[in-house]
Design a binder for this molecule. Structure first.
Ligand code: CA
Length: 230
């Protein structure tokens, strides 16, 4: 189930929106302070709803920290939800990298459609391409075939899905959590951390000497498919 991290100190809004999100099929993780938000593992949710005025500081601080992370590229989209309606704040938020900016008071229907739009935008580029290329590796999603340096590579379904996801997001570091969540989503059964390590190892073996160097381990974070031709 998709999760929304709501960083908000107004209990009435927290209560109301949690109910709404539940009806819409989302699970809500709440943080009432910046300190709680920092502990909430933002990488494991689908979207972040960020208030600006919080008891222990400004939402800007959280956004700055999020975007400065090494794995910022795979962090979930952020929608700022605030009473501040100054254009200066709106521009600042969007320029910094927030995906949308909604002012209070808001209509729940409008907020919900903004959330859906942001999630759609994130997912669309991944579905578009049928053939993925990374260096000398070619993956055909439609025919589910892979070649490395022109040679056919026979993969299991799990290996194929992992490689496709890495190639769709090539040159971006994907955290172990993100990879696990993705593999879990498409298969329906649980893939553990050890399975991920083993699957990566097998993929490298099958891809061969010249191709495996593109599949990099990012120490302490996850993996990245690096296209040296890009
Ligand atoms: Ca507030």
């Amino acid at each position: 189930m998709k999760q929304i991290l709501m960083i908000e100190d107004d209990s009435a809004i927290v209560y109301g929106l949690s109910e709404l999100f539940r009806e819409e099929g989302f699970l809500t993780v709440t943080a009432k302070t910046l300190e709680e938000a920092r502990r909430a593992e933002p990488g494991s949710v689908s979207l972040i709803l960020l208030d600006l005025g919080l008891p222990d500081g400004e939402g800007w601080e959280f956004l700055t920290e999020l975007l400065a992370r090494k794995d910022a590229a795979v962090m979930p989209p952020v929608i700022i939800l605030t009473a501040r309606e100054d254009e200066g704040d709106i521009i600042k938020g969007l320029d910094m990298g927030a995906d949308d900016y909604v002012t209070k008071p808001f209509r729940t229907g409008v907020l919900m459609s903004r959330i859906r739009a942001v999630l759609r935008r994130r997912e669309r580029p991944l579905q578009a391409k049928e053939t993925l290329i990374c260096g000398n590796i070619l993956l055909d999603k439609h025919r589910t075939t892979v070649t490395a340096a022109g040679e056919n590579v026979i993969l299991t379904a799990g290996e194929f899905r992992l490689l496709a996801y890495l190639m769709e997001n090539k040159n971006r570091t994907l955290t172990r959590n993100l990879l696990l969540a993705h593999l879990w989503d498409s298969e329906g059964d649980y893939v553990n951390d050890n399975t991920l390590t083993v699957t990566i190892k097998r993929l490298r073996e099958k891809l061969g000497e010249n191709s495996r160097q593109m599949l990099k381990t990012v120490r302490g974070i996850g993996y990245q498919m690096e296209d040296l031709n890009d």
